[in-house]
Design a protein around this ligand. Structure first.
Ligand code: GLN
Length: 533
């Protein structure tokens, strides 16, 4: 802990899904624009060690950090907004807190003490909120978002930790509370009562919020803001509105116009100094507003839920904006794709992304899609499982191995063109045991991938998989037109396949979507959309 670091705690009330992650990321962005070093971390009250074992229906996409932590999708927002690299220290769950404490207890570190939620669990939460495991960091601000909603039984220890830290840190701690102000149609009124209750609940836990952000679907008059301020003991100039925006990337600017960053600086006693530098962000927004020509991209996957492919969606949108087009994404359920209806299912799409995933469900539809787009020369981007399905399709329909498959789906296939990685063979546990995080990849000069990456010969990309291209078939693929153009230099694993004669047919074993940010969109997505348009 650095003596100068300030800590911002972000909690939410009334309902979930208010966009706490977006507000946290926006605050991070605004403070960065004023020259401050920031990081943003998320504390989730559930007991899983990480969301890696969670079904996407439960928790949306699992976002992977450079150092291979499987985390909450909000970390994707943090990185896309601020360009910072998060690590395992930026994503904490109740499960991890308890595991640390219990492991310590088993080692005998507590010298015979009774281990309790207070102080042992809360101390461990505080230690992590203060980022004691990262002593060399020099941060001006640590932004901590707490998942869940005020009043949840499971988030109580986190609230107690924040209460204690406020005492300990004094002015260096700022509490931001995000609530919801509903509009009652029948009464034609906005209702602030839930906000008042939510703040009371927070106060009941000993936390007085410094700043309120009210999520609303309609504009809230100043008189209402004043009412909230006076009922909640918050200064009027510390009550902000987060109205629905045409794009989440407008949120930082709206917050800045209302003075949210200035309010935070005032609270911690830092000078307001000169104007923040938001020029590149504003240029991006300008580009976004001007990108009105639409292109349609199909996402072929099995999770019919927006959040399941969050980073892929954002990467495509961003790549569209940088190509001056508005990307309209269409989810196409791979379980419903058959050889008979594939043409109809993909009709009107300028390009197809074959999505990542696990398990048997929906894979035949991905394979049929891959065959169709390959034969019809439709730009196709396969990511992780999507790349594996491209490889299987090629084996079945070009190499003539009708029973080709991945060991994941068919343990007995004689043509295991996708196979379990050697180092995975003795692993039984499911949590945190895949090939995770960033690994180098060497690109073949002259390949489309190499050109897209601006002729870099070595790139770093993040992974999350157990299965891998089977090198026994490599030569056969290359002789028949599918090239292995990206290779991990030390393990010799195939990371990218492409068909050079096709308009755009690239599969990556890694996840490029995790590194695409607002100001630095990913080159492969840019190149893909460029071809699609
Ligand atoms: N299920 C595949 C594997 O484990 C792909 C994983 C993914 O798409 N993230 O290799």
């Amino acid at each position: 802990m650095n003596k100068k670091t300030n800590y911002i705690f972000i909690t939410g009330g009334v309902v979930s899904s208010l966009g706490k992650g977006i507000i946290s990321a926006s605050i991070g962005k605004l403070l960065q624009a004023r020259g401050y070093q920031v990081t943003i971390q998320k504390f989730d009250p559930y007991i899983n060690i990480d969301p890696g074992t969670l079904n996407p229906y439960e928790h949306g996409e699992c976002y992977v950090t450079m150092d291979g932590m499987e985390t909450d999708l909000d970390l994707g927002h943090y990185e896309r907004f601020t360009g910072i690299h998060t690590t395992q220290h930026n994503s904490i769950t109740t499960g991890r807190i308890y595991k640390t404490v219990i492991d310590r207890e088993r080692r005998g570190d507590y010298l015979g003490k009774t281990i309790q939620v207070v102080p042992h669990i809360t101390d461990e939460i505080k230690r992590r909120m203060l980022r004691m495991d990262e002593p060399d960091e020099h941060l001006d601000f640590v932004i901590t978002e707490v998942g869940g909603t005020i009043g949840d039984i499971e988030s109580a220890p986190f609230m107690e930790a924040i209460r204690q830290l406020r005492w300990q840190l004094g002015r260096r701690a700022v509490c931001v509370h995000l609530t919801y102000v509903p509009y009652l149609k029948a009464a034609e009124e906005m209702k602030t009562k839930p906000t008042q209750h939510s703040v009371k609940e927070l106060q009941g836990m000993g936390i007085q919020p410094d700043i309120l952000v009210l999520r609303t679907e309609r504009h809230l008059e100043d008189a209402m803001r004043a009412k909230v301020a006076s009922f909640c003991n918050v200064e009027l100039n510390c009550v902000f509105l987060s109205e629905d925006m045409p794009s989440i990337y407008e949120v930082p600017v709206s917050m800045q116009q209302q003075g949210l960053d200035a309010a935070i600086l005032r609270k911690v006693g830092l000078p307001l100094s000169e104007q923040p530098d938001m020029q590149s962000w504003l240029d991006f927004l300008d580009k976004q507003r001007r990108a009105t020509r639409e292109i349609h991209i199909g996402l072929v996957g099995k999770y019919d839920l927006q959040d399941a492919y969050k980073s892929i969606r954002e990467s495509l949108n961003l790549a569209g904006i940088y190509n001056d087009v508005k990307t309209i994404l269409h989810f196409i359920n791979s379980e419903q794709i058959t050889s008979e209806n594939v043409a109809e299912q993909l009709a009107g799409m300028a390009g197809i992304v074959i999505c990542p995933g696990f398990g048997q469900r929906g894979i035949e539809g991905k394979i049929i899609t891959s065959q169709y787009t390959r034969i019809h020369n439709i730009p196709t981007f396969g990511i992780c499982l999507g790349m594996q399905m491209m490889v299987i399709e090629f084996a079945r329909n070009v190499l003539g191995y009708k029973d080709a498959n991945s060991r994941e789906m068919d343990n007995k296939t004689p043509h295991n063109v996708i196979d379990l990685m050697e180092e995975q063979k003795n692993i039984m546990d499911k949590g945190g045991t895949m090939r995770l995080g960033a690994y180098p990849c060497a690109l073949r000069a002259g390949s489309r991938a190499y050109e897209a990456y601006g002729q870099h010969s070595i790139i770093m990309e993040r992974h999350r998989h157990r299965y891998e291209f089977n090198n026994a078939y490599k030569e056969e693929y290359e002789q028949n037109g599918m090239q292995c153009v990206g290779i991990n230099p030390s393990a010799n694993l195939v990371e990218i396949v492409e068909i050079p004669t096709h308009r755009w047919f690239i599969g990556t074993q890694y996840h490029p979507e995790y590194t695409s940010t607002v100001l630095h969109p990913h080159p492969l997505f840019i190149s893909f959309i460029q071809t699609c348009k």
